[in-house]
Design a protein around this ligand. Structure first.
Ligand code: MG
Length: 289
């Protein structure tokens, strides 16, 4: 049912805000009007999508917090200098990049074990407000998704324990939220001893097909999808051929010097702000309601 005609002001602000870029307004209107709440799921990246893009990304927080030993910071920085150029190298094949990123994530995990990462450090990092915070209006968006009981899947190369601590600290830990990422395993004294599964999720292999069976089963009938992304590798999160009607919302990270025109060809809605969602996800839900 086409509900957007009942919310002209909301649809207008979606289409008139100078920081919200939509190349094909008709397609966006068509997708939103086709969606229904009972068939809807949200699939979102975490780092710089749910959170603000403030330069403190994912695993780097452990060295930036200065809560880990100097030796850890040095070894971590050496890995970063070696592997990061590969991560942003668009000329590398998927296989090569996949191998290198897996190697990087594994070596970093080994540093957590070697330097005895304690779970308290995760709590302290998250509770330091300058490190991680919600993109403006994302908390409100998650609140509404919980009220409407829409499955909200966070697919991330981050650490599950950190995401959980963040959501708990920010009072956004809801039953409709499912986190698919790397869950650290701790011993009885709460020192890290590894992760809870065989596959490490890194920047190149986030994929809906690798989601746990119980989550795949739960969302099997949720054919309408809102996707929230900020990185080109995030596009591999879903099977695009199967997801023709997915509404693709893209947060353009100005810091990374991306050209908005390039992304407007591939994504339905491009938001040009590092800190603000400009209420777009919330407005889309309102229009579907
Ligand atoms: Mg991201």
């Amino acid at each position: 049912m086409t509900l957007f005609i009942f919310y002209p002001s909301k649809m207008n602000s979606l289409f008139t805000d100078p920081l919200i870029h939509i190349k094909d307004k008709d397609t966006v209107k068509r997708k939103i009007s086709k969606f229904s709440l009972d068939k809807l799921q949200i699939v979102s990246d975490f780092d710089s999508t749910i959170t603000q893009d403030n330069g403190h990304t994912s695993w780097s927080l452990f060295s930036k917090s200065w809560l880990m030993p100097d030796e850890y910071i040095k070894e971590r920085d050496d890995y970063f200098k070696y592997y990061y150029p590969f991560e942003i190298d668009a000329t590398l094949s998927f296989e090569k990049k996949d191998f290198l990123m897996r190697e990087w994530w594994t070596k970093h995990l080994e540093l957590f074990i070697k330097y005895k990462l304690n779970i308290n450090i995760i709590d302290k990092i998250i509770q330091k407000d300058s490190f991680v915070d919600f993109r403006h209006w994302m908390k409100e968006f998650m609140d509404i998704s919980a009220t409407l009981n829409i499955p909200f899947i966070i697919l991330s190369a981050w650490i599950t324990n950190t995401i959980n601590e963040f959501l708990s600290y920010k009072e956004a830990q809801f039953d409709n939220i499912h986190i698919v990422s790397n869950e650290l395993k701790f011993d009885n004294d709460w020192f890290c001893v590894g992760i809870n599964k065989d596959i490490i999720i890194h920047s190149e292999n986030k994929d809906e097909h690798d989601m746990p069976a119980h989550i795949q089963e739960m969302v099997k009938w949720k054919t309408d999808i809102i996707l929230l992304w900020d990185s080109l590798t995030d596009t591999k999160m879903i099977d695009e051929e199967l997801r023709e009607w997915a509404l693709k919302i893209w947060f353009l990270a100005e810091m990374k010097n991306h050209s908005k025109d390039k992304f407007m060809d591939s994504f339905d809605i491009v938001i040009a702000s590092n800190y603000d969602s400009l209420r777009v996800p919330e407005m889309v839900l309102e229009l579907i309601k």
